[in-house]
Design a protein. Structure first.
Length: 138
């Protein structure tokens, strides 16, 4: 493979995808905690509110817990966060193997082609996993 083509791949595909997966992982992690911390606090508050006879507030908190729990179940923030983080780390690890000529790159002539195949395979598996997750929602 020509060096220019490989450099284009790194710049226009690999780095952009890696940045996207890292961004998506951070976003989903933030959403996971932003929903679940209030859910825990509100759910823990309900029995206290009931014992103090603040029934209307307890009902509102219970409703918010149910809505928040439903949203987190529907959107799978934790699963998406973990899958994107795993893929981003796998892509970075593959780049280290390529750069250091270790693992499968040790005795291969066309390391660029092997790198592209490995990275594209990892992204393809990730996309397949995402498709399967979407099918579960239906």
């Amino acid at each position: 493979m020509k060096t220019q083509h490989f450099d284009d791949y790194l710049k226009n595909r690999f780095k952009k995808q890696l940045t996207r997966y890292e961004h998506d992982a951070k976003l989903n992690k933030r959403l996971f905690y932003s929903f679940n911390i209030p859910i825990i606090i509100l759910a823990a508050s309900v029995p206290v509110l009931v014992s103090l006879k603040f029934n209307i507030l307890a009902i509102i908190f219970s409703l918010l817990v149910a809505i928040g729990t439903g949203i987190t179940a529907l959107c799978n923030f934790k699963e998406q966060w973990q899958q994107n983080r795993l893929l981003a780390e796998a892509m970075k690890r593959e780049k280290v193997y390529y750069d250091t000529k270790t693992q499968q790159y040790d005795h291969v002539k066309d390391t660029e082609e092997l790198f592209i195949e490995a990275v594209e395979h990892k992204m393809s598996e990730h996309q397949q996993s995402w498709r399967e997750m979407m099918k579960k929602r239906k």
